[in-house]
Write a protein that binds this ligand. Structure first.
Ligand code: K1U
Ligand code: ZN
Length: 179
């Protein structure tokens, strides 16, 4: 584990088929406040270092319903969402190329609702709502899927999923052989 300038640790990102990626995360309660104060900065440090535009707690081995995202291109626009819940989805869909830090170097087009409205709490416990479209919408849906043990490949046909997962397994095997 390395440390960033903020002092927050960069955590190891778990790679498929790590079992925790298939588990459902549990709601955060007031009793988790101390863990949230530690986890959220560490998740941001890990996401920015990767680099990525989102990260779910499962990906760093925690089963709390916590996600972080930042899809901004220029100035940082970090967003930490505790207990995020999709409360409305558009009928219109949008297709976006997705990647996943837990499936390194694998990409595919995924079709999801174009716009979503979310309810969540910020790290201080304040209730919030957000409406998203475009990349932010796809990223939020991707991260909430993680909290439910779902990976973007689950939205693909069995054929495409198997090709991608076999490619990943082969690449991981070669990496281990070289280490
Ligand atoms: O959850 C994750 O694994 C993070 C994932 C999020 C995501 C990407 C694309 C569409 C939906 C969700 C990533 O961040 S993969 C890396 C990535 O997209 C990226 C990396 C560097 C610069 C820009 C994007
Ligand atoms: Zn992912």
């Amino acid at each position: 584990m390395s440390e960033t300038q903020t002092g927050a640790p960069v955590l190891p990102i778990l790679i498929h088929p790590a079992p925790v990626l298939r588990r459902t995360a549990r709601p955060v309660t007031a009793a988790d406040a101390e863990e949230i104060r530690r986890l959220v900065p560490a998740m941001f440090a890990t996401m920015y270092k990767a680099p990525g535009i989102g990260l779910a707690a499962n990906q760093v081995g925690s089963l709390l319903r916590v996600i972080v995202v930042d899809v901004a291109k220029d100035e940082p626009a970090p967003l930490a969402l505790i207990n995020p819940e999709i409360v409305a989805r558009s009928d219109e869909t949008a297709t976006q190329e997705e990647g996943c830090l837990s499936l390194p170097d694998q990409y595919a087009e995924v079709t999801r609702p174009a716009r979503v409205r979310l309810r969540y709490q910020d790290p201080e416990g304040a209730r919030k709502e957000i409406e998203a479209e475009g990349l932010l919408s796809a990223c939020l849906q991707h991260e909430i899927d993680h909290l439910n043990g779902i990976l973007f490949v689950d939205h693909l046909s069995a054929l495409k999923r198997n090709i991608l997962l076999r490619k990943l397994a082969k690449a991981q095997k070669e990496l281990k052989a070289r280490a």
